[in-house]
Design a protein around this ligand. Structure first.
Ligand SMILES: *[C@@H]1O[C@H](CO)[C@@H](O)[C@H](O)[C@H]1NC(C)=O
Ligand SMILES: *[C@@H]1O[C@H](CO)[C@@H](O)[C@H](O)[C@H]1NC(C)=O
Ligand SMILES: *[C@@H]1O[C@H](CO)[C@@H](O)[C@H](O)[C@H]1NC(C)=O
Ligand SMILES: *[C@@H]1O[C@H](CO)[C@@H](O)[C@H](O)[C@H]1NC(C)=O
Ligand SMILES: *[C@@H]1O[C@H](CO)[C@@H](O)[C@H](O)[C@H]1NC(C)=O
Ligand SMILES: *[C@@H]1O[C@H](CO)[C@@H](O)[C@H](O)[C@H]1NC(C)=O
Ligand SMILES: *[C@@H]1O[C@H](CO)[C@@H](O)[C@H](O)[C@H]1NC(C)=O
Ligand SMILES: *[C@@H]1O[C@H](CO)[C@@H](O)[C@H](O)[C@H]1NC(C)=O
Ligand SMILES: *[C@@H]1O[C@H](CO)[C@@H](O)[C@H](O)[C@H]1NC(C)=O
Ligand SMILES: *[C@@H]1O[C@H](CO)[C@@H](O)[C@H](O)[C@H]1NC(C)=O
Ligand SMILES: *[C@@H]1O[C@H](CO)[C@@H](O)[C@H](O)[C@H]1NC(C)=O
Ligand SMILES: *[C@@H]1O[C@H](CO)[C@@H](O)[C@H](O)[C@H]1NC(C)=O
Ligand SMILES: [Cu+2]
Length: 569
């Protein structure tokens, strides 16, 4: 096991342009020079919160099984926490990051040393802020190489390139967030999507800085895709080139060759790109997959360029890829449903077959009564969201983890009665659902799980208020997606069609609009682990809950003690 220390400085800077991505290689002590670079994006200049002055922030490079330490210094003006997305952190929820779930925020001027324990992850992950919506600009890639001496389960690529999708607003994200809280409706839509921090040619003021990937004809490149967008699922494609998915959420898949892919906020894909077309320049592009009917959405398109090396006369403008239409649910579900685990001798899978804990959770958009008659949700209500009709309320005085660990009187900031089932069975995906069903209420409830229980959880989307896709992310675990479908889950019928042979292993799964996903995992990582929709407005509305996985009997099945420098509330 190698122990490496990195430092991160969070600062507010003028917008900076990150020319390529800045790296921090495991085992090598590296220094970043933080500097301000004048930059005008989307024809306006503003300040953004970053790590080390770059957007996206620095990439962390580690080997499978490494443990690293990151000293996070908050030199900005906002409370912040950092989450290591998709890193299971065995027995160590202390460094997981979601504010008021596992820690109090790092306040301006504060510092927190986070210990990040990698275990079976291998591939692409990412880190991001986990407090309010600051993750919009506070994020970066994590690349987990195979252990030294081991190879990828595919031919070694010529080069590896993080492709990080972002989403930005002309206004400060804090203003957008605060206005959203006050008005109780949908937040303003974004003004642009980005690839590695750049909106691309199709936006004003952005052409010259479009991200460019130079390729040699005949070589293969590993693209490490990360959707760090705040709200939106994206379709992605490269003109005239096929993409071969080889991993998702840092777990290998059977090679899946596609013309486009769908990537939800929170998800990552490792994708091989073979530079096998005519020497020329080609667009890679991403735009929204918006499953919600009606309403406005950001329908702009972000682009980057794939540029072949050599002497040739390129076509006058780059070829443009064909992307599915914004409302093409079939294309979205078809891609998600086509993924399979590699499930090889070197990369075996362990799907729980004997289930000891069955749960069924509805994920819904809801409404709350408006207390001051000025809310912008439907019928003057406040928009909200829930899991099993409980709209999650964040504690404010301490974290759930701290309360749990210190055996504070049960019920101080959370209850232990999160239900296994929704309070009411109804036709979840019916076209017209009564307003009475759409209302919800707010509470802080967790689900207690016995150590080592084998869990099946069916996540059911509903059509309350507005059916929508929900990319559900679970901290501390990844899980096998044994089934996925549209409509209401029908256990006798649908469970017969489960894939128990090579289901994909995810840490974020998109529950399709008016559809369901069935997942399985073994609850062998003790701690407090947040589960939430990775669409930020849904998270803020309460589409969240937490699991508390109890300690096992053996010392190695128990939570590690807290570090001494946990940020205070
Ligand atoms: C961030 O910047 C600090 C100070 O400039 C530097 O020491 C550190 O190595 C950088 N962190 C990473 C992850 O590159
Ligand atoms: C949100 O959009 C409205 C209408 O376009 C505009 O008046 C308002 O200033 C915007 N707010 C923010 C924070 O961008
Ligand atoms: C309405 O109530 C919400 C929630 O308490 C509050 O955030 C908002 O400021 C209020 N709006 C007005 C106009 O008073
Ligand atoms: C995108 O939205 C704009 C403004 O609402 C509209 O004029 C345009 O037609 C839309 N484009 C597409 C491709 O839907
Ligand atoms: C998608 O939207 C177009 C109009 O923009 C509409 O004609 C089409 O029927 C929609 N498709 C689906 C599957 O809703
Ligand atoms: C989507 O797929 C279903 C089932 O394959 C089919 O019935 C439906 O017509 C398709 N919808 C569109 C818009 O292609
Ligand atoms: C995806 O679409 C292809 C072609 O229409 C079809 O053969 C395949 O079964 C679909 N897969 C899923 C998972 O829907
Ligand atoms: C399944 O698990 C239960 C509870 O742990 C146990 O009693 C039972 O023997 C197991 N069944 C099989 C087939 O392993
Ligand atoms: C749903 O409600 C709309 C408007 O009230 C009505 O036109 C439509 O027929 C209803 N659909 C169903 C399936 O009841
Ligand atoms: C959810 O709970 C609220 C009260 O908190 C109730 O009014 C509503 O009918 C419930 N909805 C469902 C779908 O259970
Ligand atoms: C947990 O499950 C694993 C695998 O099924 C088993 O090897 C181990 O003994 C179990 N531990 C406890 C404490 O039950
Ligand atoms: C920052 O965090 C502290 C500790 O939890 C809290 O008291 C304070 O209100 C927070 N500040 C803001 C602006 O949220
Ligand atoms: Cu959601």
């Amino acid at each position: 096991m190698s122990f490496v220390k990195f430092s991160m400085f969070i600062q507010i800077l003028g917008l900076v342009f990150c020319d390529g991505l800045l790296h921090c290689q495991a085992l090598v002590h590296c220094t970043f020079v933080v500097k301000e670079v004048p930059y005008t994006r989307l024809c306006n200049t503003k300040n953004i919160l970053t790590v080390n002055g770059t957007f996206p922030g620095p990439t962390l490079y580690v080997y499978r099984g490494d443990t690293i330490f990151v000293d996070v210094y908050n030199k900005g003006n906002h409370n912040i926490t950092i989450h290591w997305h998709g890193v299971k952190q065995p027995r160590n929820p202390w460094s997981d990051g979601p504010d008021y779930i596992t820690q109090c925020p790092i306040q301006p001027g504060g510092k927190f040393t986070q210990k990040i324990i990698f275990s079976s992850e291998e591939g692409t992950l990412w880190w991001h802020a986990h407090s309010d919506w600051s993750r919009a600009t506070v994020h970066g890639a994590i690349i987990v190489y195979p252990k030294k001496g081991f190879q990828y389960p595919f031919p070694k690529p010529q080069a590896e390139v993080p492709i990080i999708f972002g989403e930005c607003w002309k206004k400060d994200i804090v203003e957008v967030f605060n206005e959203f809280l006050v008005k109780g409706g949908d937040p303003n839509i974004s003004d642009a999507y980005t690839i590695n921090g750049q909106p691309g040619d199709l936006y004003p003021c952005s052409k010259s800085e479009t991200f460019k990937l130079e390729v040699d004809h005949g070589k293969t490149y590993l693209l490490r895709l990360i959707n760090a967008a705040v709200m939106d699922t994206l379709f992605f494609s490269i003109a005239k080139h096929k993409l071969t998915v080889v991993a998702t959420d840092a777990s290998y898949t059977k090679p899946l060759t596609v013309n486009y892919l769908t990537i939800s906020p929170g998800q990552t894909f490792d994708v091989l790109l073979e530079a096998n077309q005519e020497q020329d320049h080609y667009y890679m592009a991403a735009n929204i997959y918006n499953s919600r009917s009606g309403g406005v959405f950001d329908n702009t398109t972000t682009t980057a360029i794939v540029q072949y090396s050599g002497n040739y006369t390129p076509s006058s403008s780059p070829n443009f890829p064909i992307l599915p239409r914004y409302n093409d649910t079939n294309s979205s579900v078809n891609f998600t449903g086509s993924l399979r685990s590699l499930a090889s001798k070197d990369h075996p899978i362990h799907v729980p077959l004997n289930i000891t804990k069955n749960m069924f959770f509805t994920v819904s958009i809801n409404m709350l009564p408006c207390i001051n008659n000025s809310c912008q949700g439907p019928n003057g209500n406040r928009l909200s969201a829930s899991v099993n009709n409980i709209s999650f309320e964040f504690p404010t005085s301490t974290s759930i983890l701290s309360d749990y660990f210190n055996h504070v009187n049960k019920g101080r900031v959370y209850g232990e009665n999160f239900p296994d089932e929704p309070p009411l069975r109804f036709d979840f995906t019916a076209e017209n659902l009564s307003v009475a069903l759409q209302m919800t209420s707010r509470r802080t409830e967790v689900k207690m799980l016995e150590f080592n229980s084998t869990v099946e959880l069916v996540l059911q989307g509903t059509n309350l208020v507005a059916g929508n896709d929900h990319p559900i992310h679970i901290h501390g675990y990844n899980f096998y997606v044994v089934g996925l479908g549209l409509g209401n889950f029908d256990k006798p019928k649908d469970s017969l069609r489960y894939n128990l042979v090579d289901p994909p292993l995810h840490s974020t799964i998109t529950v399709p609009k008016n559809g369901w996903a069935a997942i399985r995992f073994t609850a062998n990582n003790p701690g407090v682990w947040f589960m939430h929709c990775h669409i930020e407005r849904h998270l803020s509305w309460g589409m969240d809950m937490a699991f508390i996985v109890k300690n096992g009997k053996l010392p190695e099945d128990q939570m590690l003690p807290p570090p001494e420098d946990m940020p205070p509330c």
